[in-house]
Design a protein around this ligand. Structure first.
Ligand code: 13P
Length: 357
C-alpha cells in the first residue's frame, strides 16, 4: 500500500503542535528492569504495563504530550480495563509511536564504538506497527566523544542506517524521528560537544539527502550542546542554550518542522530550563523546538510510584507536572514558580545514568 507523504507531514507537524512534546517511554525490558531494580521494584510484564499505563493516563498530561514512543512489548499490551494501550493514547489525541531499532551493537574494527542495528526486515515491521496504530517511529544512533572519537567509520555507519530507516518509515506512512545522540559521557568541554554535534548533524543531513528523505516529513531528536558529565567546567544554562541554537542553525535545514531534544541524563529540571532558555533566545528559529524526553519526564514519576498501587496518583501528578513544565518550556514560558506549585512532585533525587537503548 502506498502512503501520501502529505499525511506524514501533517503528523510530523502535529507532533510539534504549540506547547506540546513527546514522551519517550520506549525503554527495552532490560533498561527498564535496571531502573526498576535501582528502586527495588520487581520487573514483570504486568508491572511494566502498570507503570506505562500510569504515565499514559496522567490527568492533564495530554494537554502537553503530543505523542508517546513505545517499545514492542507495550504496543501489544492492554490496559488494566482491557483497552489496547494504543487506544488509550489515541482516545486522548496522543499519537502512538514505536521504537524500531534493535539496539547499538559493537562496530567491527572500531573499539569502544557502536552501530545501531535493525534494518533487516524493517519494511515489514513498520507495516505491522502501522496496522497496530503507530504513526511515527524512533531510531537512536549513538556517538561517543573522547580525545580521538568519534571515528569517521562510526559516524558514517550510524548516519547511513538512520537515513535508510527514515526513508523506509516515510515509504510506510510513518514519521521518522531521527536521533543521532552524542553522549554526555566524558570529561570534554562544551566546545568539543559543539564541534562533534555539528559534524554529526552535517553527516546526518547529507545521508538523509542521499536517501531522498523528505525533510518536511521527519523530526530531528538531537542532544543539547553541553559539557561532558565529567568536565570540571559545567556550562551555564545561557551558554548551553546559545551553543545549542548556534549549532542547530548551522546544521539543520529550515524545512525540518521540528527539533525534539532528548534529555540524555541531565536532571529533569535542568533539561526543562535548557529547553526554555533555547526557546527564549532571540533570532531566527525556523523549526519548532520541543522535547522528546525519557528520563526528563519519567524520573520523578517512577520514584513517586515506587511500584506501589497506593502511589499511582502521586506518580501521575509527577508526570503531569513535568509535562506541564516542559510544555511551557517549549513555548519559552517556563518559570521556577511552576515547580513550586507542584503537588507532591520534586526534582529527581538522582539521575538515571543507565541508557542502553
Ligand atoms: P532520555 O530523555 O532519557 O535521554 O531518553 C530519550 C530517548 O528516547 C533516548 O533514546
Amino acid at each position: 500500500m502506498s502512503h501520501d507523504i502529505r499525511d506524514v507531514e501533517t503528523t510530523a507537524r502535529a507532533l510539534v503542535a504549540d506547547g506540546k512534546g513527546i514522551l519517550a517511554a520506549d525503554e527495552t525490558v532490560s533498561t527498564l528492569t535496571k531502573r526498576f531494580d535501582a528502586l527495588g521494584i520487581r520487573s514483570t510484564e504486568q508491572s511494566r504495563r502498570t507503570y506505562r499505563e500510569m504515565l499514559f493516563t496522567a490527568p492533564g498530561a495530554a494537554e502537553c504530550i503530543s505523542g508517546v514512543i513505545m517499545h514492542d512489548e507495550t504496543i501489544r499490551q492492554k490496559s488494566s480495563t482491557g483497552t489496547l494501550l494504543t487506544q488509550v493514547l489515541s482516545s486522548q489525541g496522543i499519537v502512538p509511536g514505536i521504537k524500531v531499532d534493535t539496539g547499538a551493537k559493537p562496530l567491527a574494527g572500531a573499539p569502544d564504538e557502536t552501530v545501531t542495528e535493525g534494518l533487516d526486515g524493517l519494511r515489514d515491521r513498520l507495516a505491522e506497527y502501522r496496522s497496530m496504530g503507530a504513526r511515527f517511529a524512533k531510531w537512536r544512533g549513538v556517538i561517543r566523544i573522547t580525545d580521538v572519537l568519534p571515528s569517521p567509520a562510526c559516524v558514517s555507519a550510524n548516519v547511513h542506517a538512520l537515513a535508510r530507516y527514515a526513508a523506509l518509515c516515510q515509504e510506510g506512512g510513518l514519521v521518522p524521528i531521527v536521533e543521532p545522540e552524542v553522549l554526555m559521557d566524558g570529561a570534554h568541554g562544551i566546545e568539543r560537544c559543539e564541534e562533534v554535534t555539528g559534524m554529526v548533524l552535517h553527516a546526518v543531513f547529507r545521508a538523509l539527502f542521499d536517501q531522498r528523505v523528505t525533510l518536511e516529513a521527519m523530526l530531528l531528536k538531537p542532544n543539547m550542546v553541553i559539557a561532558g558529565k565529567g568536565s570540571t567546567r559545567q556550562a551555564s544554562v545561557q551558554e548551553v542554550a546559545t551553543a545549542t541554537l548556534r549549532c542547530l542553525r548551522r546544521h539543520v535545514p529550515a524545512a525540518v518542522p521540528g527539533i525534539v531534544f532528548l534529555s540524555g541524563g541531565q536532571s529533569d529540571r535542568l533539561a526543562t530550563a535548557h529547553l526554555d532558555a533555547i526557546n527564549r533566545l532571540p533570532g531566527p528559529k525556523p523549526w519548532k523546538i520541543s522535547f522528546s524526553y525519557g528520563r526528563g519526564l519519567q524520573d520523578t514519576a517512577l520514584e513517586a510510584w515506587h511500584g506501589r498501587d497506593e502511589n499511582l496518583k502521586l506518580g501521575q501528578q509527577a508526570m503531569s507536572q513535568r509535562s506541564r513544565c516542559n510544555g511551557a518550556a517549549s513555548r519559552g514560558a517556563y518559570t521556577e514558580q511552576m515547580e513550586a506549585t507542584a503537588a507532591g512532585a520534586g526534582s529527581s533525587a538522582h539521575r538515571r545514568e543507565l541508557q542502553d537503548d
